[in-house]
Write a protein that binds this ligand. Structure first.
Ligand code: ATP
Length: 354
């Protein structure tokens, strides 16, 4: 089932929660809505679900206008952050619930319900817990059961609102992979809300980055991370260093440092900001052609990556670099050393865009 979101607007009083949002979700795709708290992701999900009415615009399911279709008619399944399992029912009965409350005409027979529920429990790898009660399950298991329950009625679309938000970091990580694998198996069109960039990048086929009620960028995780379209996306997707300079004659210059921009910003002359991720900064003891000089203030050597904090000479601003252990050893860095940084990769936005 494809979903088309066309010119959707939604306000709560004077507050504009969604400002003319357009988006096409492909059939069978797992799409993440990513953005900071309050950017409108849940509102958009609720509009797709039919739990919220837009003020303007349309929602099309497989090309058919569903803007005014009641939630019960939309064939959508939900999973929310706080598992809404019935505590007095076993896992089996929880998953069977959606089927057993169907009208007599639509309700499958007892044996078929049993088969479908057990198949779903196997799919979420928890068939051995069929007779357990929710209180006997871990948080992660409850969310997997909540997902099995939402799939029981064979929805055409699956909507997940921060489904792992209440779980601890380790369980979250496991469940992300699990959801990815599950989706690869069932290929149901799915929309997933999260404010966690790592989660969005790891789980989804495409990511929609939102801010203040509008879409900043839509793309595959790699593209979004490697080629962020706006300063907001660059900063939201991970740690980044900012350097202020100038774009002129097809080059970025920051002090003595010059970097050719190719066709980007061709023919423009303006103040500009260069965004460089910590792992895209090379640290060296050689000043030639460097972007900035700094004094080593902190060294965090935990795991395979060594994070270095420098105080930039001149401005005193903090520069963060992430080096491999090998490079760090090669440089023999000590606190107080003066070093030079050069970007391997840089995203440049003109001042007016930044
Ligand atoms: P979060 O991750 O915090 O849930 P979000 O991106 O999902 O954020 P929304 O829940 O879509 O954001 O809310 C967007 C804005 O609209 C918020 O500022 C919120 O306070 C406001 N809002 C949402 N629902 C209502 C409502 N029913 N009445 C008034 N304001 C609302």
């Amino acid at each position: 089932m494809t979903i088309d979101i066309r010119n959707i607007r939604k306000s709560f009083g004077d507050f504009v929660a969604l400002d003319n949002v357009n988006l096409t979700i492909a059939s069978g795709e797992l799409l993440a809505l990513l953005g900071p708290s309050g950017c409108g992701k849940t509102t958009l999900l609720r509009i797709i679900a039919g739990l919220e009415r837009p003020d303007a615009g349309q929602v099309l399911f497989s090309g058919q206008d569903a803007t005014h279709t009641h939630v019960s008619e939309r064939q959508v399944g939900f999973v929310f952050q706080h598992y809404a399992l019935f505590r007095h029912m076993t896992v089996f009965d929880n998953v069977a619930f959606g089927l057993s409350v169907k009208s007599r005409k639509e309700r499958p027979g007892k044996e078929e319900i049993r088969e479908r529920v057990m198949k779903l429990l196997k799919l979420v790898q928890l068939d051995w817990l069929a007779d357990a009660y929710p209180s006997q399950l871990s948080g992660g298991q409850r969310q997997r059961i909540a997902l099995a329950r939402s799939l029981a009625v064979e929805p055409k679309v699956l909507l997940l609102d921060e489904p792992f938000g209440a779980l601890d970091a380790k369980v979250r990580k496991d469940l992300r992979r699990w959801l990815r694998d599950l989706h690869d198996e069932i290929h149901i069109t799915s929309v997933f809300v999260t404010h966690d960039q790592e989660e969005a990048l790891e789980v989804s086929d495409r990511v929609v980055v939102m801010d203040h009620g509008h879409i900043e960028q839509v793309g595959r995780p790699d593209d979004i991370y490697e080629s962020p379209a706006t300063p907001f996306v660059t900063q939201f997707l991970g740690d980044v260093n900012l350097f202020h300079g100038r774009v002129d004659g097809g080059s970025l210059t920051i002090g003595d440092y010059a970097h050719s921009l190719g066709q980007q910003h061709a023919g423009k002359t303006d103040d500009a900001v260069a965004y460089v991720r910590p792992h895209d900064l090379d640290v060296s003891r050689v000043a030639d052609g460097a972007l900035a000089a700094g004094t080593v203030e902190h060294i965090h050597a935990v795991g395979p990556v060594v994070r270095i904090e420098l105080a930039q000479i001149g401005s005193g601003e903090t520069i963060e670099a992430a080096l491999s252990k090998e490079r760090y050893r090669e440089l023999g860095l000590m606190l107080g050393d003066t070093v030079y940084v050069t970007p391997k990769k840089v995203a440049v936005f003109l001042k007016e865009e930044a």
